[in-house]
Design a protein around this ligand. Structure first.
Ligand SMILES: O=C(O)CC1=CCC(=O)O1
Length: 265
């Protein structure tokens, strides 16, 4: 179990295969998840890559620090971790708010970024009213009442079966995130607008989305791809907002095909 103190927060992380000469992938999680969501994708991609995973502050085993956060604060946590691990030139693969954080990492430190995978994300997600309503409701009543509507955006109906133990585990994962940390990251999403910054992305970029994503639907992710110079766009079939859980094999295949096109680092 590894932690790195970054400012006021201990960040929980895992590093696999770093220093072995393999291309490095740094994953960034979505809202309300911890880094275990990447296990099926790492299994599908195999040991030809090195991996860096971390729990955003306010999530998983990381400290909560001082919410509300900014996307740039989340980006600084990953930047500190990559510097600590002496990793440069990594594929930064961000899911949902993780994609916003990936955009911020590129804007701040493009020397760290070999390529971007912007998954189920956008340059701007939702509206301030939507995020303020969600924050107010969760601070008042907790996450419990939000789990069902969030699950409807995360997963397709066929995945949300009562007998699907993985689905049950994902409900537990969301419901057990600290309210202050979850709302802290909601505020970061509310305040983020990378519309101008994404036009300056100068590394190979794949924008990818599930065909039934209820949080960042395909037309929104397509609009992100249209803003990023020379980006690629892919859709994962039979999939909601969390493809690393719902369709890990197809997701790893789509991103793996993109990674194989990258110039040698
Ligand atoms: O909670 C949702 O609707 C899904 C989501 C939005 C941003 C993020 O990271 O997850």
């Amino acid at each position: 179990m590894r932690f790195l103190k970054v400012g006021d927060a201990a960040i929980h992380y895992r590093a696999i295969g770093i220093g072995e000469g393999k291309p490095v992938i740094a994953f960034i999680n979505s809202l309300g998840t911890d880094f275990r969501i990447w296990e099926p994708v790492m299994a599908a991609l195999g040991d030809g890559y090195a991996y860096v995973l971390h729990d955003k502050r306010g999530h998983g085993l990381s400290d909560i620090g001082k919410p509300p956060y900014a996307i740039e604060t989340h980006a600084d946590d990953l930047i500190a971790l990559l510097d600590h691990l002496k990793v440069g030139n990594a594929v930064i693969w961000g899911l949902s708010v993780g994609g916003l954080i990936a955009q911020a990492v590129h804007a701040k430190r493009d020397d760290l970024v070999r390529a971007l995978v912007l998954s189920n994300t956008a340059h701007k997600i939702g509206s301030p009213d939507m995020w303020n309503d969600r924050i107010a409701a969760i601070l008042k009543d907790g996450l419990g009442g939000m789990i069902d509507p969030i699950m409807e955006r995360w997963f397709t109906p066929s995945f949300r079966g009562a007998d699907n133990a993985v689905y049950a585990g994902c409900r537990n994962m969301l419901g057990r995130q600290p309210v202050e940390g979850y709302c802290g990251t909601c505020a970061a999403i509310r305040d983020a607008d990378y519309t101008d910054a994404v036009a300056r992305i100068a590394v190979p970029t794949l924008c990818v989305v599930g065909d039934q994503d209820g949080s960042t639907p395909p037309p929104l992710v397509r609009s992100l791809a249209d803003l990023v110079p020379d980006s690629r766009f892919a859709v994962i079939e039979g999939c909601g907002h969390i493809p690393c859980i719902e369709q890990p094999a197809a997701y790893a295949a789509a991103v793996g095909a993109f990674l194989k096109t990258l110039p040698e680092s």
